[in-house]
Design a binder for this molecule. Structure first.
Ligand code: NAP
Length: 482
């Protein structure tokens, strides 16, 4: 909703919320805040709102799915159980008496911004970055060439991704990109079903992985080992795969570790991390292969220029061009190409945000324009009552913990505006009233706990770890009903 449509409240100057008018009424009715998205950014926003005592709040954390935690549940690789443990901290936040989880509500479809203006003083958008970026090369859309986000959704058991989406009948696969998601995807492809048994991968997905014919996975990094985006812990996990040889060409890592300069990460921390990566890779290259059943080949200075099609119209390989940095540090092609055979190509070249109906959007950066967490309209003025946190605010960067400080900064801005937000919306109606008017059959935290319990029970039945995820919408409906 544009600022003009909603009027300029007291405390808003030149379209910006004044930060000089802090909330004074700690005995006032609670400030009602809707958080859209229950991933780490959304839940940390609820945490920052309920941790302070100056402004009483009630927070509704809404999600399209009946399950909370966003990418912690549907993005973090299933074999990264320690990172997945973050869900325990997120759970404590959702169980705060002033926080409520409302599942099965899709912003824009079930509930509009105008609806939320009737029910809440403020909205924090924390919808993440849910779609893939593209390589923009010929053949990218051939059958068998897919986004890593699809594959991640599939092995994480996202209910929107059908089991049949992946059959894994190719012997060679190419993963494009040198970020942590690429390493996750390579690891899952290169691990045996036995190595994945104690994860929460849904049983039908684990059965497909068990029957996988993939034996060689190529990872293409368009720049060198010093410029790769992946981080040392994830690289260590890859190099330590028990059932796969990870092949690093010694000549590609035999470089001056202080050569971090032109075209390379600038900050000292990033430079140090790059050198750690290089050291790990060089030590590994020196050890050589051990004759294991599966192979992962790391190709640096290699960018895809075409996804090749075979006789049946499916992917048959990738044409790869050797690259280098020019004198200005810009990536450039050498013109020398080779063809890698592959029956599956997974592009893992970053995530992008999706525009939210009625909310300003920067189509270039694929984020919501903002300043300090306040959403900005086309003229650069703050949109009254609209805030943003997480990947949809800053792009798909950082680790889960980054969202904590990010959400806290947004909440600071929101709380500074509290007085003006109350004045602008003195009369609110309960969320349930609007959901009922719209006929939205939403779910609640108790429903999630039922799913949670069913997944723990399934793990016991199958003798597999702590949790085995339910698979597909039908399975959720059986537990939750409706
Ligand atoms: P990312 O870190 O941005 O990596 C994207 C990779 O794709 C880069 O290597 C990039 O190369 C490459 N790329 C981009 N466009 C390309 C193109 N057209 N052709 C070839 N390569 C291309 O993204 P991500 O891996 O999706 O990760 C997103 C965020 O989630 C990151 O902050 C990541 O650390 C985080 N994450 C963390 C974990 C963890 O902590 N365990 C796990 C998963 C994800 P250039 O560098 O040359 O652009």
């Amino acid at each position: 909703m544009s600022q003009a449509a909603r009027g300029t409240p007291p405390g808003c100057q030149n379209g910006r919320m004044s930060s000089s008018e802090p909330e004074q009424h700690s005995t006032a009715a609670p400030l009602r805040v809707a958080v859209i998205g229950s991933g780490p950014a959304g839940v940390y926003a609820a945490d920052a709102l309920t941790r302070q005592r100056r402004v009483p709040v009630r927070v509704d954390v809404m999600d399209r799915l009946p399950t909370p935690y966003g990418l912690v549940r549907y993005g973090v690789a299933p074999d990264h159980t320690k990172i997945k443990g973050v869900a325990r901290a997120l759970r404590r936040i959702l169980e705060h008496p002033d926080v409520r989880f409302v599942g099965g509500v899709e912003f824009g479809a079930d509930l509009t911004r105008a609806d939320l203006a009737r029910t809440h003083h403020a909205v924090v958008y924390a919808t993440g970055a849910s779609v893939d970026r593209r390589m923009d090369v010929p053949g990218e859309d051939l059958p068998g060439s897919v986004a890593a986000t699809d594959f991640v959704n599939w092995y994480c058991g996202h209910p929107d991704t059908a089991l049949e989406r992946f059959v894994l009948d190719a012997e060679e696969a190419v993963v494009v990109g040198a970020g942590n998601v690429a390493l996750d995807v390579v690891r899952i492809l290169a691990k045996t079903a036995d190595e994945l048994r104690h994860t929460d991968i849904p049983q039908p997905v684990l059965d497909v992985l068990a029957a996988s014919r993939v034996r060689t996975v190529h990872l293409l990094s368009r720049r060198g080992p010093l410029q790769a985006k992946f981080t040392a812990p994830e690289l260590r996990d890859l190099l330590a795969l028990p059932g796969a040889d990870v092949v690093v060409r010694p000549e590609q890592v035999d470089i001056d570790p202080t050569a971090v300069g032109t075209g390379s990460p600038e900050t000292r921390d990033v430079a140090r991390a790059a050198r750690t990566n290089l050291r790990l890779l060089a030590e590994h290259a020196a050890r050589g292969p051990r004759g294991r059943d599966r192979t992962v080949r790391l190709h640096f200075w290699a960018r895809p220029v075409e996804v090749l099609g075979g006789e049946e119209g499916r992917v048959s390989g990738v044409r790869v061009e050797e690259t280098r940095l020019d004198a200005d540090g810009r990536l450039t092609g050498t013109g020398r190409t080779t063809d890698l055979p592959a029956g599956m190509v997974l592009r893992s070249v970053g995530y992008a945000g999706v525009a939210l109906p009625g909310v300003p959007f920067d189509t270039e950066g694929r984020t919501v324009p903002q300043e300090g967490g306040r959403v900005l309209d086309a003229e650069g003025g703050a949109v009254q009552g609209d805030y943003v946190a997480g990947w949809i605010k800053r792009g798909a960067t950082g680790v889960i913990g980054t969202n904590k400080s990010d959400a806290a900064a947004t909440v600071r801005a929101l709380l500074e505006d509290a007085g003006a937000l109350r004045t602008a919306a003195p009369e609110l109606v309960p969320l349930e009233t609007v959901l009922d008017e719209r006929g939205v059959a939403h779910s609640d935290y108790e429903d999630w706990l039922r799913i949670d319990t069913a997944e723990a029970d399934q793990a016991v039945e199958l003798d597999r770890g702590e949790r085995v995820k339910l698979h597909g919408w039908e399975a959720y409906r059986r537990v939750v009903g409706g």
